[in-house]
Ligand binder design. Structure first.
Ligand SMILES: Cc1ncc(COP(=O)(O)O)c(C=O)c1O
Length: 450
């Protein structure tokens, strides 16, 4: 019985996988909201450094990971792959459950897999300061950590509801030398506008993105960094799946089902895209992307052109969306409260390569507790969504008497989210499904993509 499968440091992947090289249908281009024409790389130059813009539009299959980036990733990578024997036993399932533990990074999630390369490319381009948004604080803390590693300044706009719920994330960012403010903030035009309407505005990822972009384009030597959604971000995360493929080969298994939770799509894509490549080339497996019923972007949203932020300053992205005006309720999985979905994940859903599923808040925390009480590690509330799906699939395997192999992206630990567990255990959490009529209202005017 082998509980953990490690890779040697020398076997860390040296290239990222770019799924744009293998997609059955290419991505529709992002559009300029004014002209409706495809945007060109130079239009993104005030927001991102050109070396990352080049990665965003690249269709090269493999992109070399710079030595300086690998050196930093080795602080916690390759991450261990675990076999969840105790969870399997508790469920009485014939399924074999594996999980890739991304909670071992210094900030505690998969997010530094892209924070480190993004900050590196900004530094190489001569940028001195980075602005960003954060939901639950996982991305903000990852960016603060990465900026500290490479000696850049950072400012993080944190969705107010999470800022209030999760003070320890702010303290982590400050420990790494970052400046973190609640969003909407009085520091930007976008923030001031939302505060005028409601001084206690709970905020949303869409609003925080608007603030961080405004900061980048109006400040000296500053660029913006996004923790998910974009092509290059998903590509940086593929190191997870590339490692997992080597580790699963050591275990002598191949997954029937790959599962990850989805906020903007990056941790799911990170594990699933190398397997999606196998699927495109004929392998028979299922890839399941999991979201909350309170923010049902993939399961109830429309496949449209929409803005990436609430103040409508970004290009129009081809994605599943609930409408950029969507203000999600304050559920505890702050990292899953985004109105859109990565264009790459969205496209692969329309191609039938990825399935989407939604779970209620209470069943996700029940799943998280089951995991913590069997495997020991306390998962992030976002990760609990994927665990709920793993448990459902493992129970199905039991009913069908099939020895399925299930692979989970354990995207982060929940040690800094214990207030959410406290609320669940003391019966204060409720379920919430975003009403269908509201979604219809928010999306009916958006341009549908065939
Ligand atoms: C632990 C964890 N898992 C998952 C997510 C979802 O984000 P993404 O879909 O970009 O991986 C987040 C976002 O903050 C997170 O913190």
């Amino acid at each position: 019985m082998q509980k953990k499968i490690f890779l040697n440091e020398k076997d860390i992947p040296k290239e990222w996988y770019n799924i744009q090289a293998d997609m059955p249908h290419p991505l529709p281009p992002p559009l300029h909201p004014g002209t409706g024409e495809p945007i060109t790389p130079d239009m993104l130059a005030p927001i991102f450094p050109m070396n990352l813009i080049e990665q965003e539009v690249s269709t090269e299959r493999w992109i070399k990971i710079p030595e300086e980036v690998l050196e930093k990733l080795l602080m916690w990578r390759p991450s261990p792959l675990y076999r969840a024997y105790a969870l399997e036993k508790f469920l009485g399932t014939p399924a074999k459950i594996y999980f890739k533990n991304e909670g071992v990074s210094p900030p505690g999630s998969h997010k530094p897999n892209t924070a480190i390369p993004q900050v590196y490319y900004n530094k190489v381009f001569g940028i001195k300061r980075i602005s960003t948004e954060t939901g639950a604080g996982q991305w903000g803390s990852a960016l603060a950590f990465a900026c500290n590693q490479f000696g850049l300044e950072s400012k993080v706009y944190m969705v107010r509801v999470s800022y209030n719920q999760k003070p320890y994330r702010r303290i982590m960012m400050e420990t790494w030398g970052s400046h973190c403010v609640p969003s909407p903030s009085p520091d930007t035009n976008a923030g001031r506008k939302f505060l005028e309407g409601n001084p206690e505005h709970p905020g949303s990822l869409g609003i925080a993105i608007s603030e961080a972009i405004e900061d980048a384009v109006t400040s000296k030597d500053t660029r913006y960094s996004l923790g998910s959604v974009l092509n290059h971000v998903l590509m940086h995360q593929t190191i997870i799946g590339l490692e997992a493929q080597k580790q699963m080969a050591i275990a002598g298994d191949y997954p029937d089902i790959v599962i990850g939770c989805c906020g903007g799509g990056s941790n799911f894509a990170g594990l699933a895209f190398p397997y999606a490549r196998d699927k495109i080339h004929g392998k028979n497996l299922r890839l399941i992307a999991v979201e909350p019923t309170s923010c049902p972007t993939m399961t109830k949203g429309a496949y449209v052109y929409d803005f990436g932020d609430t103040a409508q300053t970004t290009p129009l992205l081809p994605m599943y969306s609930l409408g950029s005006g969507f203000i999600p309720p304050g559920i505890h999985a702050g990292g899953l409260r985004y109105h859109g979905m990565a264009p790459l994940v969205s496209r692969l859903i329309t191609d039938g390569l990825i399935e989407a599923r939604a779970y209620n808040q209470l069943e996700t925390f029940a799943a998280g507790l089951t995991f913590a009480r069997t495997e020991g590690f306390i998962p992030a509330p976002e990760t609990n969504h994927a665990i709920a799906c793993v448990i459902e699939e493992a129970k199905k395997a039991k009913e069908e008497g099939k020895e399925k192999v299930i692979l989970l992206n354990w995207s982060g630990h929940g040690i800094i989210d214990l207030a959410a567990y406290d609320a669940y255990i003391s019966g204060k959490l409720t379920d919430y499904a975003f009403p269908d009529e509201e979604i219809k209202k928010l999306t009916e005017k958006l341009k549908k993509i065939a």
